[in-house]
Write a protein that binds this ligand. Structure first.
Ligand code: SAH
Length: 221
């Protein structure tokens, strides 16, 4: 982990601003999302040897055969999740990974839970997030997120960072009225889905083609 918070050269605030400019060019419009991404130093969430690539628009390895999504995908999914709402409300992230996306979410809501099935990654995420005192409210749990988090449900927002083969019914069931779930669904071919709980039932949209690691059951050390 790279504890150089302010960053220099390829990890400098200027490099981060260029990432934001690129996200705008790629079509990200939500100012709250762009501000959050400008405020969170992405380089502290990746290994020191990869820190100089942290602001490139690319997924990066984070250990344990997992990857941090590209900045564009993080921005796009959170934009889909916010969808005109002022806040994300009570939020559940499934797949903490290195903790970067949790940090962005934590900038957009005061009530957030993030679950990860690999304990080693969760501990790394915990140390990275500890560098940012404004994100102390993020609650991390070592748990199998495919079951949601029934003890604290319902959620206004649920976001999944790993691909499910189908939309998990337990996650839909844990959506609050008007709640929104964003997740990648599929195997070789995956699409981002947005599911909204309305008074008329669940409304489902399938959007961009994507590539995610699979959502797996059970826990790992
Ligand atoms: N949001 C992360 C992306 C990590 S990649 C980031 O910003 O780094 C997806 C993560 O989902 C991996 O760490 C993987 O271990 C985790 N994952 C996969 N299946 C899971 C499950 N059932 N419950 C919780 N986490 C899961």
């Amino acid at each position: 982990m790279n504890a150089n918070l302010n960053g220099v050269g390829m990890t400098s605030p200027r490099t981060r601003e260029r990432m934001i400019e690129r996200l705008r060019q790629q079509g990200i419009r939500n100012e709250a999302v762009l501000t959050a991404m400008n405020e969170v130093p992405r380089h502290i969430f990746v290994a020191e040897a990869l820190a100089h690539r942290a602001y490139e628009d690319t997924p990066l390895p984070i250990g344990c055969k997992q990857t941090i999504s590209s900045p564009y995908i993080v921005a796009r999914m959170i934009e889909m999740l916010l969808e005109g709402r002022a806040s994300l409300g009570r939020t559940l992230e499934i797949g903490t990974g290195c903790g970067y996306q949790a940090a962005i979410l934590g900038r957009l809501t005061r009530e957030i839970y993030s679950v990860e099935r690999i304990a080693r990654l969760l501990e790394k995420a915990r140390s990275a997030l500890a560098i940012l005192p404004e994100l102390r409210h993020i609650r991390l749990r070592h748990a199998d997120g495919s079951l949601g988090l029934s003890t604290v449900a319902p959620f206004d927002s649920i976001i999944v960072a790993a691909a499910a083969t189908e939309v998990p019914p337990s996650l839909c069931a844990q959506l609050a009225p008007d709640g929104i779930l964003v997740l990648p669904v599929g195997g070789n071919e995956q699409y981002l889905y947005r599911i909204r709980r309305t008074a008329q039932g669940f409304m489902e949209e399938s959007l961009d083609a994507v590539r995610f690691v699979p959502l797996l059951a059970g826990l790992e050390k």
